[in-house]
Design a protein around this ligand. Structure first.
Ligand code: WQD
Length: 338
């Protein structure tokens, strides 16, 4: 039974990965500082799978604790989700973002190497492509970042790529997420951001459930099908299944490889609103306002490299993403709050 350390394990995407890992016969060990998630998630994972995974509350800066986890659980590989991810917040709190996202990853890789564990799947982001010249986006396109969050992802990718050059034992997958949405079909786990959501889907879902009044659509004058921003939304269950594929495909001869995790299909904000209304039967009031600083016109993946190298393609369509996101929000109008 391969033991996988899942950092950020009680978070939105990581908790879905833990369910999939258990279902596929792995033994996950969750490590999380609960700065942006709740330990209740462990109960929900047990309710879904019938298995209660080990959970260690801790921060990546606590090297001693990390070392004790590797000693106690004989970790075979790591899926590294732990990180801060709000673009606007990263501009205001750059120090915290670099300390958490960059220094935290360095600490993790140091402890991994000392424990002779060199298999790592890293949660990266399509944000490393900056404002792409063309779409669809392929993994060989230029990388850039325009905010501390994006720069922290890019820095970590470069650090991990350098580790694989300096020590051939490292086998690393950099998974560049497009826009994860949706939830496990049970509605027991899902996205539960702190405070007012920055991202589109949790905001729409909170409008639908009556927690928020009206959605602001950031910009109606982009060169797109209807003037609103286009993104590649991917179901979180598709996303985490790709993680297990990437984990199983890690090999020393591959060194450090980057993979796009997207569907290859872009949808505009207005198309997403319509799809959510159809899935939920709830009208979403919105107003079109000025563009959000830092937003790009369009972003969607070329999924071909990932399909050929990992044998993975996204299966869920937009309707399923909206259905499952609504199911979670309806069952948990206040998120994980009791
Ligand atoms: C999607 C579309 C907005 C909110 C960011 C990060 C990325 C990743 C996902 C972490 C855009 C529009 C949004 C709203 C709106 N995060 N929008 N009103 O900006 O593509 O990506 O989150 O990994 O790294 O950059 O996602 O959901 O914020 O926006 O109109 O209230 O919805 O303009 O077109 P984004 P998003």
């Amino acid at each position: 039974m391969s033991t996988v350390l899942v950092t950020g394990g009680t978070g939105y995407i990581a908790s879905h990965a833990v369910v999939t890992l258990i279902e596929q016969g792995f033994t996950p060990v969750l490590f999380d500082n609960l700065s942006n998630s709740k330990s209740l998630v462990v109960d929900r994972i047990e309710a879904i799978t019938g298995v209660r995974p080990r959970f260690v509350e801790g921060d990546l800066s606590n090297i001693g604790l990390l070392e004790s986890v590797f000693a106690e659980f004989k970790i075979d590989s790591v899926i590294h989700f732990a990180g801060l991810k709000a673009v606007g917040e990263s501009v205001r709190e750059a120090q915290r973002y670099y300390a958490n996202n960059v220094a935290g990853t360095l600490a993790l890789t140091q402890v991994m190497a000392a424990a002779d564990c060199y298999s790592l799947v890293f949660s990266s982001s399509a944000t490393v492509y900056g404002d792409p010249e063309t779409v669809p986006i392929t993994e060989d396109m230029p990388l850039s970042a325009t905010n501390p969050y994006g720069r922290s992802k890019l820095m970590v990718e470069q650090i991990l790529s350098d580790l694989a050059v300096s020590n051939e034992n490292w086998r690393i997958a950099l998974l560049r997420y497009f826009n994860p949405v949706g939830a496990h079909e049970s509605g027991l786990i899902g996205e539960d951001p702190n405070g007012i959501p920055n991202n589109l889907l949790p905001y729409i879902a909170q409008v639908a459930v009556g927690k928020l009044e009206c959605l602001s659509v950031f910009g109606g004058d982009y060169q797109t099908v209807d003037g609103t921003g286009v993104r590649d939304y991917i179901h979180v269950v598709d996303l985490v299944e790709a993680h297990v594929k990437a984990l199983s495909a890690l090999a020393p001869e591959h060194g450090c490889q980057a993979y796009n995790l997207g569907t290859g299909q872009g949808y505009s904000v207005l198309e997403v609103i319509k799809a959510f209304e159809q899935a939920s039967g709830v009208e979403i009031p919105y107003k079109i306002v000025e563009r959000r600083a830092g937003d790009i016109r369009a972003s969607y993946a070329s999924p071909e490299n990932t399909a050929s190298k990992l044998g993975w393609r996204a299966r869920y369509d937009l309707a399923a993403m909206m259905r499952d996101h609504w199911c979670w929000q309806q069952r948990n109008p206040q998120g994980y709050e009791a």
